[in-house]
Design a protein around this ligand. Structure first.
Ligand code: ZN
Ligand code: ZN
Length: 505
């Protein structure tokens, strides 16, 4: 059996990532046999030595909240991210209609265009009247459809309401799930392969994949098969109110972005007080406390962890109180339940979350993209409430376990960007230190999935999944952290990505 001998690097572990903990490592069968300082080169015929060239080495990153098949889907079709005018948008869609019967376009944002508007139904029909065209907004909460696509959508929602082809709100979610059903397995597979490549290039060795819906277990199945046959490790959560499929698969949890409420962007996150920029609206509550308690009961009966999506303060109050109720009723669980996002929690909700021992999966890049005095949160909520969003330090100081996720495709799979966001929080009082920030993307996600006994540290008996960084992050100023690069990624001791790969494409 071949042994791998790694040398010449600065290996880091908790409790203090800033200190060099080891500089040599021996790996066999994907598992770490030994780490130490200046370990002797092992004797025996089958040893391969690998010089890590003075890199700073951490256990691999994880992303605890990814919509994997959906991310893959947005990587197929036309990417409108760089378009600056409508004519470019039309050209990109036109190209897509030439190679596919269903022309899908992603990452549309009207504010990026000179014209600052959406395409109209007539404009899309002019590109093609007989091929299906679907132009998704970047937030994936709405899309613009041509006549052919509207006709298709009418099969599911007769009399579907749209504004000149634009579909949003309550009508959007069901047809977006139906769209996913129309996508062939092979196209989804292609998308997942591209997403895996992206993960590895960002040092991500494991993701928590939140897949499917109550109506469909297909994407959860496809993702699970993908992880079995590929390098990237995945923990799959089936986004269903029914735990049976997850139970049958032998998974530890179910749920994911099971919507208790919506999002701030579309003004559907449930608030105690109305939206600042839409005083008639308090958002939507999709599940009440009886429904959340019912989910918790099912989770306990199936002996599974539950995860739900909760963003606004009204939703967070309900979820945290329900979780505290379940903790009282059923006692401590080997794997506590998860709350996804928890963006605007009241003091009461934070206290209840702590009491319930809930695990909170946060998206630090949300603050980077939408926080701050001029950001989207301030527009939607007013400055006072916006300043209370994403209270990372408050929660960490209270001992609430946090793990970092991207909610990809909403923000990119990029833990370094997440760490940058944590140290540069728009609210200076909610910034956390680099050591904790790193742990949120290295050790904590494995705890959330109950895999921390073999993953997330570089120690004897742990999996040899690790990354090399271009610089020591502790020597880089917080404002410049996003310039750090992952130069090599290893899974089971094998190099699965290196920045020399860049030269190939
Ligand atoms: Zn969500
Ligand atoms: Zn999500």
């Amino acid at each position: 059996m071949e042994q791998l001998f790694f040398f010449n690097f600065s290996g880091r572990n908790l409790p203090d990532y800033s200190k060099k903990d080891f500089d040599t490592m021996l790996v066999m069968n994907g598992t770490i046999l030994k780490t130490g300082f200046q370990l002797p080169f092992p004797s025996g015929p089958n040893v391969k030595a690998i010089n890590l060239q003075n890199a700073t080495v951490f256990a691999g990153f994880s992303d605890a909240h990814v919509h994997f098949t959906q991310t893959g889907l947005t990587r197929s079709g036309a990417n409108l991210d760089k378009a600056t005018r409508l004519s470019e948008v039309f050209d990109l869609i036109n190209e897509e209609t030439k190679t596919s019967d269903m022309a899908l376009a992603f990452n549309f944002q009207e504010q990026s265009l000179e014209e600052n508007r959406r395409p109209t139904l007539a404009e899309l029909d002019k590109i093609s009247a007989d091929k299906f065209i679907w132009v998704a907004r970047k937030d994936l909460h709405s899309a613009i459809l041509n006549s052919k696509a509207l006709e298709w959508a009418n099969n599911f929602i007769p009399g579907l309401k749209h504004q000149n082809g634009f579909v949003s709100g309550e009508n959007y979610n069901p047809i977006s799930y139906k769209l996913l059903n129309e996508i062939s397995d092979s196209l989804l597979l292609k998308g997942m392969q591209a997403t895996e490549e992206e993960c590895l290039s960002k040092g991500v060795v494991c993701i928590h994949a939140l897949e499917g819906s109550t109506d469909s277990d297909r994407e959860a199945k496809l993702a699970a098969d993908f992880f079995k046959n590929n390098k990237l490790e995945g923990v799959v959560y089936h986004q269903s109110v029914d735990p049976n499929f997850a139970k049958k698969q032998g998974w530890a949890g179910f749920g994911g972005c099971l919507l208790v409420d919506g999002s701030f962007g579309t003004r559907t996150a449930a608030l105690n007080e109305p939206y600042a920029d839409s005083p008639e609206s308090n958002g939507n509550l999709y599940l009440d406390s009886a429904a959340i308690q019912e989910l918790l009961q099912r989770a306990r009966t199936a002996d599974l962890q539950l995860a739900v999506h909760s963003i606004g303060d009204r939703a967070n109050d309900l979820v945290a109180a329900s979780y505290a109720w379940a903790r009282q009723k059923y006692g401590a669980q080997p794997l506590s339940d998860r709350i996804e996002h928890f963006i605007l929690p009241s003091t009461r909700a934070i206290r209840a979350a702590r009491e319930s021992e809930a695990l909170v999966c946060i998206q630090p890049v949300f603050d980077l993209f939408w926080g701050g005095k001029e950001g989207l949160y301030s527009q939607r909520l007013g400055k006072e409430r916006a300043a209370r969003c994403n209270p990372f330090k408050t929660m960490l100081d209270l001992g609430i376990p946090l793990a970092g996720g991207s909610d990809s495709p909403v923000t990119p799979i990029d833990p370094i960007l997440g760490i940058h966001a944590l140290l540069n929080h728009s609210n200076t009082e909610e910034r956390i230190d680099l050591n904790s920030a790193l742990s949120l993307f290295i050790t904590e996600p494995h705890k959330f999935a109950g895999k921390n006994k073999t993953r997330g540290h570089l120690k004897t008996g742990y999996k040899a999944d690790f990354i090399c960084l271009s610089e020591d992050p502790f020597m880089v100023s917080p404002a410049r952290l996003d310039s750090l690069e992952v130069t090599r990624t290893f899974i089971n001791g094998n190099e699965v990505w290196g920045c020399h790969n860049l030269n190939r494409s």
